[in-house]
Design a protein around this ligand. Structure first.
Ligand code: FES
Length: 165
């Protein structure tokens, strides 16, 4: 990869929980820690709110990488949202290669509101990894109508399969 490619901004989506990681990113900004500018942050109430399909659809629709960050285990403001998130996201990591997506394009972590320096480190390392991988291969994005049709076709097939009569 040329030096020019390394400099080029890639599309990285970050899902950050409102109470910890978004605060951590804010702390890093207020402290003026230098960070890569590739990340586009989506603030969610809790990492437990993140449906793994958000990540899959982001990656299928042109994101080069997706980073999820929430409160540290036992610090979730909804008690156990990040435990649910951890279970789902760990499954997603194993599932991504089946879909043809390089699992290195996805990462999840925990950053608290006071950890501006940790946030800087996490975002810098993840961005470096995505730059090493380069732009994601192009997937022909599926439209909303096509998603709905696929769901209907699947339901129709399920109704007439051997195991469902
Ligand atoms: Fe941050 Fe639940 S509120 S992970």
């Amino acid at each position: 990869m040329s030096a020019q490619d390394e400099q080029r901004e890639l599309r990285i989506v970050g899902f950050l929980c409102n109470w910890c990681s978004y605060g951590g990113a804010d702390t890093a900004g207020v402290a003026r820690f230098i960070q890569p500018t590739d990340l586009r942050i989506i603030r969610v109430p809790c990492s437990g709110r993140i449906d793994p399909l958000f990540i899959v659809r982001a990656l299928l629709n042109g994101a080069d990488g997706v980073l999820v960050s929430g409160c540290h285990p036992r610090d979730c403001h909804y008690a156990e949202g990040n435990f649910y998130a951890r279970r789902r996201l760990e499954m997603l990591k194993r599932f991504l290669p089946i879909t043809g997506i390089d699992e290195r394009r996805f990462e999840y972590t925990w950053v608290s509101a006071s950890e501006g320096q940790r946030w800087q480190h996490v975002v810098t390392e993840f961005t470096r990894r995505i730059h090493e991988l380069g732009p994601a291969p192009f997937f022909n994005p599926v439209s909303e109508e096509e998603w709905a049709k696929l769901a209907l076709d699947g339901a129709a097939r399920g109704a007439s399969c051997a195991c469902h009569g």
